[in-house]
Design a protein around this ligand. Structure first.
Ligand SMILES: Nc1nc2c(c(=O)[nH]1)N[C@H]1C(S)=C(S)[C@@H](COP(=O)(O)OP(=O)(O)OC[C@H]3O[C@@H](n4cnc5c(=O)[nH]c(N)nc54)[C@H](O)[C@@H]3O)O[C@H]1N2
Ligand SMILES: Nc1nc2c(c(=O)[nH]1)N[C@H]1C(S)=C(S)[C@@H](COP(=O)(O)OP(=O)(O)OC[C@H]3O[C@@H](n4cnc5c(=O)[nH]c(N)nc54)[C@H](O)[C@@H]3O)O[C@H]1N2
Ligand code: SF4
Ligand SMILES: [Mo]
Length: 734
């Protein structure tokens, strides 16, 4: 008899609820769960690929230890013994900074990793903590922290009530949304336009999202700060500033006005490629719309002025009265794990950066991390604090970060490397020990991060579809064992006891002498489930351990999270200012001094002959899903998109050579009228033909690694985020 299971997809930020049909140990089908209160049956081809991922023969099921340059299978005890023998002496003798840690994108989608890695970072005590955040959204987190007081208070479009949406550097038709959990963007955008709404997309390429919008503005790569400052200038210049409900809740309005004063559209037009009349019209349209939202994503973050861009987006939202208003850019209120629902509402400590600096380049720490683009130099450069060992957790920097070949070489120079990963891939092939995680279908799921970024509030949980193979730990258990090793407790530890200790220390922090009572109330849960129950119960919708009996807890969320129930809907977004603010002033800081100082650096740059930008494909997930047959089939996707006029002028045929200041690649040419002249596009996450990579399907069509063309010293100086777009290249026929 086939059985139906409810499972939330962990493969992108849309967090779709799926119905997984199984018979015995086989997956028969995967489809969208129609009753899901949040995703209503939506799924993309990646959701279906969970079957292939589960069955992938290359997916690791046992630990590997490298012996004489070759990986051999090992038991979990052998693997931990190897880690104790080789990692601990380095850490003890060379100091905590000698061991670095890098955390990758899939960790954001796993409670087992996201809720437990902070413990490992603390146990290591290293300043060398890195993550994909500095390849991605750190600028937005920094601007949110500076403006609203917390790194995770990020406004997002309330699309279901919005009349005017300006999207810059995001392609949710393909990415399914980012820092904006919005399953079925396509359907929601269509509905918005059907009720008379207008969508304008700013992108150097006529992306799929631009093609489905009312208007596409083909900006020069890297031109967003000029365009956004031109729009903000116009709002002041034409007396369109209307704070509305935010009146009395902002600081720095006059400083913001003065800062954008030099950026009249007539001045910025040449540098961003958007005519002054258009910039002024867009400003007026945003100001006039009943409900408007401005949203900027990857294309605005992964540039030299990522933080300035991210700030300007929310400045415009605020100036037009659209911040924190229905149909504008609003804040989610997550049921659990949301720091902006905890502590005293209305004001707080705000954020600080630069509490320490990287040893070689002096890059400031931001949100507890250093830029991932300094990791290689910290390995290469001798001296006190040099990185000698590395732990990677769901992270593939050899493909996903600029300067992959340099990183690969630096990894080979380490004394020890541990990868928590599910494949032997471009990065983990360098490891001495690999500890695998479970297939998503063997793991429970509760989203820690994305309900904080969702277009509607919800609480959903899914249990494992299949039992984990006997003896295979869940990843949170692996992390607790690693912490115990660092605490000197050796190999022979009781993981259940480690779990009890971990939760007790969490509870004690807020419950004080009520700790035993709270712990008793959290029975019968263990592991992440106990954490989730705790967080749900003390959260904004929680039962407060019985003080609000109608409130939610894990048992209630579980009971509702079935194929038929689809989770708990917690309603449309509601206004949260001033309650959400954690700035010391208790106001929205419209003019953070560090950002204004960087805005003053924005100027018109001469255009290179060609600018390289990235792109994402429906059937990719960054660097690691190319081994799944259902996604790998079809046309070659790692192609260089070139405007047909440019291709003719250069005489390009099948292949082209792409040369940057730091590297050179040959890629297949695909002519595309969607590309602006002078702009070419390559996707990231390819280049699977490196020695030692065990990805049978991906190796058949490995593609090339576009990050070999990117300069790892190019960063947004405020957030440390890497520059991944708008890179000058030369193109030549092959
Ligand atoms: N040029 C360019 N480069 C980019 C980008 C771009 O737009 N352009 N985008 C950047 C962005 S936004 C991001 S987020 C980064 C992503 O870069 P990374 O953070 O490196 O993430 P992935 O490339 O997704 O690689 C994920 C790794 O996790 C492993 N993995 C998958 N599932 C699990 C699991 O359940 N457990 C464990 N332990 N491991 C698992 C995979 O095998 C793989 O090694 O790439 C960045 N790189
Ligand atoms: N299918 C699929 N979905 C994914 C991923 C994936 O790899 N594949 N990755 C996931 C991850 S980790 C993330 S972070 C999200 C990212 O989600 P999105 O931010 O939607 O990412 P992209 O699809 O890369 O869209 C970025 C857009 O910015 C444009 N762009 C490039 N340079 C500039 C510029 O200078 N200015 C402007 N205005 N635009 C520019 C690009 O042409 C592109 O269309 O997607 C997630 N979803
Ligand atoms: S859109 Fe994202 S969450 Fe939904 S099925 Fe596709 S990969 Fe999974
Ligand atoms: Mo990302």
């Amino acid at each position: 008899m086939p059985e139906s299971h409810y499972r939330i997809c962990p493969l992108c930020e849309a967090c779709c609820g799926l119905e997984v049909k199984t018979e015995g140990a086989k997956v028969i089908s995967i489809r969208g769960a129609d009753q899901d209160v949040f995703s209503h049956g939506y799924l993309c081809p990646k959701g279906v690929s969970l079957k292939d991922l589960h069955e992938d023969p290359d997916r690791l099921r046992t630990p590997l230890i490298k012996r004489d340059g070759k990986f051999v299978e090992a038991s979990w005890d052998e693997a931990f013994a190897e880690i104790e023998k080789r990692l601990l002496p380095i850490w003890r003798e060379k100091g905590p900074d000698s061991v670095a840690l890098t955390i990758g994108n899939p960790a954001a989608h796993k409670v087992s990793l996201l809720a437990y890695t902070p413990r490992l970072v603390r146990a290591l005590g290293t300043r060398n903590a890195y993550s994909a955040s500095t390849l991605d959204q750190m600028p937005k987190q920094l601007s949110a922290g500076l403006m609203f007081g917390h790194w995770l208070s990020i406004p997002l479009p309330d699309i279901e009530r919005c009349d005017y949406l300006l999207i810059l550097g995001g392609n949710p038709m393909i990415s399914n949304g980012s820092l904006w959990t919005v399953p079925d963007y396509r359907g929601k955008a269509k509905a918005m336009r059907a009720r008379g709404g207008r969508i304008v997309v700013v992108d150097p390429r006529r992306s799929e999202t631009a093609a489905a919008a009312d208007e596409h503005l083909a900006i020069r790569p890297g031109g967003d700060a000029l365009l956004l400052a031109g729009i903000a200038h116009t709002l002041f210049d034409e007396n369109l500033v209307k704070l509305g409900r935010l009146e009395g809740h902002v600081n720095g309005l006059e400083e913001a006005r003065a800062a954008v004063l030099p950026f009249a559209p007539e001045v910025t037009a040449a540098g961003c490629g958007i005519p002054a009349v258009t910039q002024r019209r867009i400003a007026r349209e945003i100001a006039a719309a009943p409900h408007a939202a401005v949203y900027g994503r990857i294309g605005t973050c992964t540039t030299r002025f990522g933080t300035v861009n991210s700030w300007l987006v929310d400045l415009i939202n605020a100036l037009t009265g659209n911040l924190d208003r229905e149909g504008g850019a609003m804040f989610a209120k997550a049921a659990a794990f949301a720091p902006n629902t905890q502590g005293k509402p209305g004001s707080g400590k705000g954020i600080t950066t630069g509490r320490r600096r990287s040893r070689v380049s002096g890059a400031p720490e931001v949100f507890g991390e250093l830029p991932i683009t300094v990791m290689a130099e910290e390995m290469e450069t001798p001296g006190e604090g040099q990185i000698k060992a590395l732990i990677t957790i769901a992270s593939n920097p050899v493909l996903s970060a600029p300067g992959g070949p340099r990183i690969a070489k630096a990894l080979d120079s380490l004394d020890f490397m541990l990868s928590m990963d599910i494949y032997v891939n471009e990065t983990s092939r360098h490891a001495d020990v690999i500890l695998p995680g479970l297939s998503p279908l063997e793991d429970l799921h509760y989203d820690v991060a994305f309900p904080q970024l969702s277009h509607r509030n919800h609480a959903r949980f899914s249990g494992p579809v299949f039992d984990a193979p006997a003896g295979t730990p869940q990843e949170w258990q692996t992390i607790l064992r690693l912490c115990a090793l660092l605490e000197g407790r050796g190999l022979d530890v009781d993981v259940a006891q480690l779990d009890d200790e971990a939760i007790e220390s969490d509870v004690r922090r807020f419950a004080g002498d009520q700790t035993p009572a709270v712990l008793a109330a959290l029975k019968p849960w263990r592991g992440p489930e106990r954490l989730i129950d705790l967080q749900l119960r003390v959260g904004p919708y929680g039962d407060q351990f019985g003080r609000k009996p109608e409130g939610i807890n894990l048992a209630k969320v579980k009971a509702a999270s079935t194929v038929e129930g689809g989770g708990i809907d917690l309603g449309a977004l509601t206004a949260r200012i001033p309650e959400i603010l954690r700035t010391p002033s208790g106001k929205i800081e419209l003019a953070p001094p560090s950002v204004l100082a960087d805005l003053a650096e924005v100027k018109t740059e001469p255009a290179p002959e060609f600018s390289l930008i990235g792109r994402r494909d429906t059937r990719s997930g960054n660097s690691w899903m190319h081994n799944l047959p259902v996604l790998a089939k079809g046309p070659d996707r790692c192609t260089l998109l070139v405007n047909p006029g440019d291709a003719d002028r250069l005489g390009l045929s099948e292949f082209a050579k792409i040369k940057s200041a730091v590297g050179e690649l040959i890629a297949r040419v695909e002519r595309s009228a969607d590309m602006s002249p002078g702009v070419v596009s390559l996707p990231h996450g390819w280049g699977h033909d490196l020695d030692g990579v065990v990805l049978g399907v991906a190796r058949e069509r490995p593609g090339v690694n576009m990050n070999e063309l990117l300069d790892d010293t190019a960063r947004d100086p405020l957030s440390g985020n890497a520059v991944l777009s708008g890179v000058a290249v030369e193109i030549a026929p092959v």
